[in-house]
Design a protein around this ligand. Structure first.
Ligand SMILES: *Cc1c(COP(=O)(O)O)cnc(C)c1O
Length: 373
């Protein structure tokens, strides 16, 4: 069986360095904050080309804390993609605000800037694009619409560590970027973790206070904050992983290029990359009208696949109170029904990629035949 993503292999490749980092964190005697967290924050900010990085407990908290720091609350609206992982929406809902979905560009899967303006109301406070599947959203038009309407921009970078937009690494195009270090992300910890990067010193300061009980000085609380801190053991692991991120992203690109070449003619819609985008291939997502049958055939052929995501947020039970109906966001719904993520990762060998292509080619032949009968 070709695994979807081999996290054990990721550990084995860096085992000596990771073990040394964990041992250093344990020996430091500081188990909240401390030198590993501070060093990772500095290295993360430098890597992203941002003035500040603030470690937090996970990606959802990173989104939530930025929105809180932007004073998003009840009665406010935040523009989000209709097709994203539900965390993007939940961060808005956790503030008591309302996520306002906007459909993606059907080719890039990222929020369609041309549809944003129509979704803006007097209550809109923030635009929250997601760099989905590792491909940057089209930031320039998003930023100019936001500026025109006096809105702030928070980017969800959970899937796009290292991606570049018009040559510049993601990290501070908008007011802030929220990152997740969930183990399966391109920059993954060995447990939960997250961060915010920003060039806005005031925003950075507010997030630092919010993540730590609303406290700057121990036992003095200026606001009702949260407990959302990046664990030093995870920070030590992330320092090792960050040093290898570019190399591992380039291995993902090699697989994506192989797929791009080998999957032509397999009856799938392949990912589209605008010329200004340098994606990092967190996921390699194809579309197929008979997605479920394709997934089953690939599984039978030994290829693990996943669906990102089978139910768009507006049709989740969690959002039933909002009264959405099927058909309301047809592009998101079509992607949910037709998308399939093929195996990709820094430890997928070229031979594995060739086997995936061969399996796709033979199922394409099989489904053509079964369509004919
Ligand atoms: C993973 C992910 C998150 C949430 O990150 P966690 O660390 O799991 O909380 C948010 N947004 C997107 C797009 C993600 O893929």
């Amino acid at each position: 069986m070709i695994p979807f993503l081999d996290l054990g292999a990721a550990y084995r490749e860096l085992q000596a360095e990771i073990n040394a980092g964990v041992a250093r964190a344990l020996a430091s005697g500081q188990y909240i904050g401390g030198p590993e967290v501070e060093a990772f924050e500095a290295e993360c900010a430098t890597y992203c080309g941002a003035a500040h990085a603030i470690g937090v407990a996970n990606g959802l908290d990173a989104l939530h804390l930025v929105l809180r720091a932007m004073d998003v609350g009840p009665g406010d609206e935040v523009i989000v993609p209709s097709n994203t992982y539900i965390a993007t929406w939940l961060a808005v809902s956790q503030c008591g605000a309302t996520p306002v979905p906007v459909e993606p560009d059907a080719r890039t899967y990222n929020i369609d800037p041309a549809l944003i303006e129509a979704a803006i109301t007097p209550r809109t406070k923030v635009v929250l694009p997601v760099h989905l599947y590792g491909q940057p959203a089209d930031m320039d038009p998003i930023l100019s619409i936001a500026r025109k309407h006096g809105l702030r921009v928070l980017e969800d970078g959970a899937q796009a560590h290292g991606a570049r937009y018009k040559g510049q690494r993601l990290g501070a195009h908008g007011d802030a970027v929220a990152w997740s270090f969930y183990p399966g992300k391109n920059l993954g910890a060995m447990g939960d973790g997250g961060a915010v990067t920003t060039n806005d010193a005031q925003l950075a300061d507010r997030i630092r206070v919010l993540r730590n009980y609303g406290s700057r000085v121990k036992y003095v609380n200026e606001v009702q904050g949260y407990n959302s801190r990046l664990d030093p053991v995870q920070a030590a692991i992330l320092r090792v992983k960050l040093a290898n991120l570019d190399e591992w992203n380039s291995r993902r690109s090699t697989i994506a290029a192989r797929y791009r070449q080998g999957l032509v003619g397999c009856g799938m819609t392949l990912p589209y990359v605008p010329d200004w985008a340098e994606p990092v291939w967190h996921l390699y997502v194809v579309q197929h009208p008979q997605r479920d049958a394709l997934q089953k055939q690939l599984g039978d052929a030994g290829v693990s696949t996943l669906i990102h995501y089978p139910i768009p947020p507006h049709l989740q039970l969690a959002y039933s109170a909002a009264g959405y109906v099927p058909g309301q966001f047809p592009i998101a719904e079509r992607i949910a029904n037709q998308c399939l993520s093929l195996p990709i990762g820094p430890h997928l060998g070229v031979q594995d990629a060739n086997n995936v292509i061969a399996a796709c080619a033979s199922t394409a032949g099989a489904s053509t035949k079964s369509n004919v009968q």
